[in-house]
Every structure is written in C-alpha cells, then in structure tokens.
Design a protein around this ligand. Structure first.
Ligand SMILES: Nc1ncnc2c1ncn2[C@@H]1O[C@H](COP(=O)(O)OP(=O)(O)OP(=O)(O)O)[C@@H](O)[C@H]1O
Ligand SMILES: [Mg+2]
Length: 304
C-alpha cells in the first residue's frame, strides 16, 4: 500500500477532440496556482499532444552551440534532460516494458530521470510514441503498473508530496488506461454540446465497465466542455444537452449501477483563449472561475 495517495483523476472519452488534453492541462495549472497543490500530470496518449506542446513551451531559449561537425547542441536544461531521458530510455514505455518482465527498475529510472518539473508545483511525465506498440509487445494485463509506479513515487526522496495526479488518456482503450482505471479515484469525462454526446458516453461507460470487470469502475464525473454561452450563461441549446447528459447519468446509475454524476453547474465555456493556453504554457484568466468550480465539484464527489 502507498504511504500517501494523491487524489487521482483520469480524463477519458473515446470521442476525440472533446478537450481531454486541454482540460487536464488547465486543471494542473489551476491547482498549482490557486490551490497551492503539488500536481503530477501524465500524458498517456501515444499521440503525444500534451508532451509535444509542453516540449515547445518549456523551451526557454533556442540557445545552443554549434559543434565542429556542424550539429547543434542545445544547452537549455529542459531540452537536455528530455533528450537524455529519451536516449537512455527513461520513459513510461520502457518502465512498462520492464514491468511486464517483472522488474521495477524501469519505474525507478523513470522517477529518477523522466519526471519533469515544468512549473513551481506542476510536474510532468511525458508520453512516447512507442506506446502505440505497447499493446502488441506487452499485452494488456499489467493491471498493477500505475499503482506500483505511484507507490514507488510516494517513497521517492526527490519527489514532493503530490496532492493530485492527473492522467491524460488516449481516445481508445490501452494497456495504460486499463492500469489507470484500476488506480484512479475519478474518471473525468468531458463532453461537448452535440447530439451524439450522451449516446456516445452511455456506450463508452458501459463498455469500460465490462472491460475492467470484475474490478469495479471508479466514480465517474461527466461535465460539458466547449459550452456555448450567451451573456455568460449557457445557451438554451447547451442547457438542453446538459439535461440529456444528466438524464443519461441517472439512467446509468439506476440501470447499470455505475457511480456516475453529471455536473450541471460546473461547465467550461467555449472560449478561443483556451486554445492559446497550452501552447503558451499559461492559463486564461477568464476561465479561472469555471475551472475552480469544476475542481470544487470534483473534490465534493471524491469526498462524498
Ligand atoms: N473550452 C474550450 N473552448 C474552445 N476550444 C476548446 C475548449 N476546450 C478545448 N478546445 C479546443 O478543442 C480542440 C481539441 O482539444 P483537445 O486536444 O484538448 O481534445 P482531446 O480530447 O484531448 O483530443 P484527442 O482525442 O485528439 O486526444 C483544441 O483545438 C482545443 O484548443
Ligand atoms: Mg488529447
């Protein structure tokens, strides 16, 4: 058992483009800026959207020196450490691969060299594209990987005491998402205001439940992202989709015994400024209140 378990939240929806990566990023920044919480953020998606954007916004300078053979050697510490971690295979993929043959050494190497402090209280574990092939090479049944990784982390001398762990999951079922589902406290599902959202979430949650049975699904929280607003309030169309979402969650609770909640009051509006937040490594001030409301609702459900 871990000495200290951070509140762990996996952002998942099998529908692409709903805002999983953006919401994970914004929550990480809100937690460290407004809640003084040490947060560990994982990119588990082989598409590497979060990783590639963080790699860009962490690059403090293009400063490098030209070697005799004409190659450019970067001396920016983030770039150097990232490049070293990849070269020396201190990545999630290699940790998982070693774990699959019974060794925790890969997890220790990842914790020593492959976790990056990207803001004062925000730490990051990048993805690698090799995760695409993990299913074929490693197989699906490595249930304990994330739990053992987090356990090692809680004892690691150079890691802070994380209050929260956020996992940005791919829009498909992967060996890593399986392991995260068994570990996390909350599955966070962003949906967009469109007519397929409720149906899609119903199918996806029933499938997840069957997929990890006999293990139970953790609590599930569904909320609307990219909510259309008028005069700072959801439009009547967005409200209608929220009611659909709420009805769906009630049905899933009653008929499928899934512990799922729809957040009718903690939605994230559709705002162009959010598109610039991740690429610039920042957070749009105008979305501070919606994200704080989202966080408070998550805490209430986690503790309730
Ligand atoms: N609240 C919002 N308002 C406006 N645009 C948004 C909002 N949330 C996300 N977006 C935009 O929607 C697009 C998709 O977002 P994102 O990449 O976070 O989705 P995703 O679910 O992680 O996608 P994938 O399934 O490919 O991993 C991005 O261009 C992002 O900037
Ligand atoms: Mg994504």
């Amino acid at each position: 058992m871990s000495a200290h378990k951070p509140l762990s939240i996996a952002t998942i929806n099998f529908k692409g483009g709903v805002g999983k990566t953006t919401v994970t990023w914004c929550l990480g920044v809100v937690l460290q800026e407004y809640r003084n919480t040490y947060t560990l953020m994982f990119d588990l998606d082989a598409q590497m959207s979060l990783t590639e954007t963080i790699d860009l916004n962490q690059r403090k300078s293009e400063y490098g020196i030209i070697l005799e053979d004409g190659r450019l050697k970067y001396i920016d510490p983030y770039i150097v450490n990232r490049a070293r971690a990849i070269k020396e295979q201190n990545t999630l993929y290699h940790a998982l691969k070693q774990y699959s043959i019974g060794s925790n050494q890969g997890i220790l190497d990842l914790l020593n060299y492959g976790v990056f402090r990207i803001q004062k209280r925000l730490y990051f574990v990048p993805s690698t594209e090799e995760l695409y092939w993990a299913e074929f090479e490693i197989g699906q049944r490595h249930k304990g990987f994330i739990s053992d990784l987090m356990d090692e982390l809680s004892h690691h001398p150079s890691m802070p005491k994380f209050g929260v762990a956020l996992f940005d999951c791919p829009p498909s079922f992967s060996v890593l998402s399986y392991s995260v589902l068994l570990y996390c406290d909350i599955i966070l599902v962003p949906v967009n205001p469109d007519m397929f959202a409720s149906r899609g979430v119903g199918i996806f949650l029933s499938a997840l439940k069957r997929r990890i049975a006999p293990d139970p699904l953790p609590k599930v929280v569904v909320f609307m992202n990219k909510t259309k607003t008028y005069d700072s309030m959801p439009t009547s169309e967005s409200r209608a989709y929220m009611r659909d979402g709420d009805r769906l969650c009630r049905r899933l609770r009653e008929e499928e015994s899934i512990d799922v909640w729809f957040l009718s009051h903690a939605y994230i509006p559709d705002r162009a400024a959010i598109k610039r937040s991740l690429p610039s490594g920042s957070f749009p001030k105008e979305l501070e209140q919606p994200f704080i409301r989202l966080w408070n609702s998550l805490l209430e459900i986690a503790n309730g």
